[in-house]
Design a protein around this ligand. Structure first.
Ligand SMILES: NC(=O)c1ccc[n+]([C@@H]2O[C@H](COP(=O)([O-])OP(=O)(O)OC[C@H]3O[C@@H](n4cnc5c(N)ncnc54)[C@H](OP(=O)(O)O)[C@@H]3O)[C@@H](O)[C@H]2O)c1
Length: 278
């Protein structure tokens, strides 16, 4: 797929102080030459985001476990680097970070997209699945944050994005294991804002609604507001360019989910049951 910036979509050079004052993160006017590490870049949202950034001129390091899939994303781009890793292995994440530093001399943006999904209710509670989701979605993300922070803190204007989910906003049916891991990531990104923003570092909390990817392919229900992975990538890239903190999409679905956050529990449980039938 060919990605093009529509006129006016990318802001003019020479960012004014006033414009930056109103954004929660510094704006990005050009991706050319930016050093971006996408972790979870082999399929779905991460792969499409990496493709888009490469098309916009960024230098992109692609990480995940499936080397063949990473190489497919990188194919034809001389600014792409394939660096496989498993986020559950702290040593592998640190080793890839060090390889990148040796090669690039720094990193401007780390996007942590890697994640695993499995639905679960009380009658099929399974500790093996709980442990796997905690290992990938939570411990794995902490491994990446640990690798990224020292680099970001010494690179003014650099940033980190964490992909959580609207499933982290509140408890939902079928998300007994997945939901708590994503709720923790929302809290993590919010907490990081207090430390990174004053130093001029960006932190992005990325909360997708439903996106058609391998992770959702086996869902046996109608997914409201379902969008494609390239559409999700475009929301993420545009959100980062305009300096948003929370990047949530598609808004016709995620705004309803955000409304649910402020409802009293009695109404929230009643409404969610009515809407989902669960
Ligand atoms: N699709 C949705 O509707 C939706 C909604 C909200 C949030 N999200 C979140 O969006 C993110 C991307 O999901 P997706 O929908 O694009 O699903 P996906 O296509 O299954 O992508 C998951 C990515 O995570 C990587 N990954 C999984 N386990 C890993 C591990 N142990 N080490 C390194 N990389 C690992 C996968 O690569 P390998 O298998 O090659 O390792 C793959 O690149 C996830 O965090 C997910 O929770 C998705």
């Amino acid at each position: 797929m060919a990605y093009v910036h529509a006129p006016g979509q990318q802001s003019a050079q020479g960012t004014s102080l006033l414009r930056n004052h109103w954004t929660m993160n510094p704006r990005i006017d050009s991706w050319t030459g930016r050093r971006v590490w996408v972790i979870g870049a082999s399929t779905g949202i991460g792969a499409e985001t990496a493709r888009m950034l490469l098309a916009f001129g960024a230098r992109v390091a692609l990480s995940a476990r499936q080397t063949d899939a990473l190489e497919e994303v990188a194919a034809g781009h001389r600014d792409a680097r394939v660096l496989p890793l498993d986020v559950t292995r702290h040593d592998q994440v640190l080793a890839v970070r060090d390889l990148l530093l040796a090669d690039w001399g720094g990193i401007d943006l780390v996007l942590i997209v890697a994640g695993a999904y499995s639905d679960m209710r009380a009658d099929n509670f399974d500790m093996a699945v709980v442990n796997r989701l905690i290992d990938v979605n939570l411990r794995g993300v902490f491994h990446c944050v640990d690798a990224a922070l020292p680099v970001l803190l010494r690179t003014p204007g650099s940033g980190i994005g964490i992909v959580s989910s609207v499933a982290g906003f509140f408890g939902l049916p079928r998300t007994l294991a997945y939901g708590p891991t994503k709720a923790a990531l929302i809290n993590l990104a919010e907490s990081l804002y207090f430390d990174l923003h004053p130093r001029g570092n960006a932190i992005y909390l990325i909360n997708p609604g439903f996106v058609a990817t391998p992770a959702t392919a086996s869902n046996d229900f109608d997914m409201p507001g379902l969008i494609s992975a390239p559409e999700a990538a475009a929301h993420i890239v545009r959100g980062i360019e305009r300096g948003a903190f929370q990047i949530h999409f598609p808004r016709n679905f995620t705004n309803w989910m955000r409304f649910g956050r402020v409802l009293p529990y009695r109404w929230y449980f009643w409404l969610t049951h009515k809407v989902t039938g669960l």
